[in-house]
Design a protein around this ligand. Structure first.
Ligand code: BES
Ligand code: MN
Ligand code: MN
Length: 449
């Protein structure tokens, strides 16, 4: 076999303009699978990815879905004789926009400003999708190892039907190494291999006090309201220091150097004077400790509020869980904690959310990691660092359970300024190029002599 590295950098450079154009094409499709109104768009998004895979020389392309699940794309480039197969993962679904009117440019009209491409999904995770496709293009459809491209469509919904999908397409998805391009780098010139991820569970808690709304003056005092009861319940989620107060949760210790607090605050957009919650270094707090947040409340709107006691109210509570935790056990602990902190004998119903992501730690050693360190350091011009993230990728634990022998690499082309899930999400375009080269080099490094 000729050296796959020959002219690779030039081939990647040549592949980038089309990859950028196709990324814009994908960003224009509002593939918000979690919103039923965008189910058709998510199908269109899967079809576009399938079309791009065909154009990148795939031998076989199919769109698959489990019962009730989102369309995923599976495309294959068969392994040259004696070479391993690498599964390249990303997701084509995106988060809701959070209100189009808040964006500097419309979320589904990709726009370049100062070297960044703005748009929903420009980073998370259509950049991951296009990283893989650009690599296959750079190899002109003949990668030096076997490639299975797997682009799922319900990651942002917690991948509820992924286990079923992995079961029904077991053989198709079997691989020696898997590359998950859905994470971020600590800086645009510092490549990361992510080896620690938190898990995620959520519950809906509903508090009921009254059969119906009643006059707040006639009954108020002896009769309480459900919204205050709900707030009291939610107030018990943290202790006075801002630590998660649910007993028995896993917590880890990290020796990673602390992040600069001012930078962290400004990346997060924290307002002046607002304190950080909890204790420990920032890597420890964001990677290895639990975090709990109230994501939404159903209650009367302020503009429509009248002088009545609110009979019932509900909230969605989401909890990030540290590596070492069992997601179902953590979800039960969260439910029990809420149930035991409802005041005034109010009736409470806690309903577990369907999407569950197990936390995960990867052992960053072995041949695939050595190959990745060489490839990524070369492409970015700086040594690859091992890092953790506070976010979750349900696919990882699910895939590792299904294919225990495969080496798992978590990469990606986000950076601290990408604003994943936020307003004005963006991709640093120069880093995108480095990310494509890094993955192209990685495939070359994974070839067996
Ligand atoms: N790509 C993210 C995970 C991520 C976030 C990696 C930040 C690196 C930096 C992924 O798409 C995501 O958002 N996952 C969800 C999972 C959930 C719906 C189960 C998350 O973390 O909220
Ligand atoms: Mn993602
Ligand atoms: Mn995401």
């Amino acid at each position: 076999m000729p050296d796959p590295r020959e002219n690779l950098a030039a081939a990647v450079t040549d592949a980038l303009p089309a990859a950028r154009a196709d990324l814009e094409r994908l960003v224009r499709i509002p593939s918000i699978w979690a919103d039923p109104a965008h189910a058709e768009d998510t199908r269109r998004s899967a079809e576009t990815v399938a079309e791009l895979a065909r154009a990148a020389g795939a031998a076989a392309v199919q769109i698959v879905a489990a019962e009730g699940g989102a369309p995923a794309v599976v495309a294959q480039w068969p392994a040259p004789e004696g070479q391993p197969t690498v599964l390249l993962y990303a997701h084509h679904d995106v988060q809701p926009t959070g209100g189009d009117e808040h964006w500097t440019s419309p979320p589904f009209e990709p726009t370049e400003r100062d070297g960044r491409l703005y748009g929903r999904g420009a980073a998370d995770d259509k950049a991951g999708v296009m990283t893989h496709l650009a690599v296959l293009r750079a190899y002109q459809g003949h990668p030096p190892v076997g490639v299975t491209l797997f682009i799922e469509g319900e990651e942002e919904s917690g991948s509820p039907t992924l286990p079923a999908l992995l079961r029904s397409h077991h053989e198709l998805l079997t691989a020696d190494v898997i590359v998950i391009a859905d994470a971020a780098n600590p800086a645009v010139d510092v490549p990361a291999l992510t080896t620690s991820l938190r898990g995620l569970v959520d519950v809906t808690v509903e508090v009921a006090m009254l059969e119906r709304p009643v006059h707040s003056g006639v009954y108020g005092g002896p009769v309480g309201d459900a919204l205050t009861a709900l707030c009291t319940t939610l107030g018990a989620l943290h202790d006075a220091k801002g630590e998660v107060a649910i007993p028995g949760l896993a917590r880890g210790h990290s020796d990673a150097p602390d992040m600069d607090e001012a930078t962290f605050r400004s990346d997060a957009g924290l307002l002046d004077g607002v304190e950080l919650l909890g204790t420990g270094t920032l890597p420890e707090r964001t990677w290895l400790k639990p975090a709990v947040a109230v994501l939404g409340i159903d209650a009367p709107r302020v503009a429509e509020a009248s002088n009545v006691l609110v009979p019932r109210a509900r909230a969605m509570v989401s909890m990030r869980i540290a590596p070492g935790e069992d997601a179902l056990a953590a979800q039960r602990a969260l439910a029990a904690h809420l149930e035991s902190h409802v005041p005034w004998g109010a009736q409470v119903t806690v309903t577990p959310g369907p999407g569950i992501a197990e936390p995960f730690t990867l052992d960053g050693t072995g041949a695939a990691y050595d190959a990745a360190r060489r490839a990524f350091s070369e492409a970015y011009g700086n040594a690859a660092v091992e890092t953790g993230i506070g976010g979750s990728i349900p696919f990882i634990a699910e895939f590792a359970r299904t294919f225990p022998g495969a080496a798992v690499l978590v990469t990606g082309v986000g950076d601290p300024a990408s604003r994943w899930h936020g307003i004005d999400e963006s991709l640093h375009l120069e880093m995108f190029g480095k990310g494509v080269l890094a993955e192209a080099l990685l495939l070359a490094e994974l070839t067996r002599p």
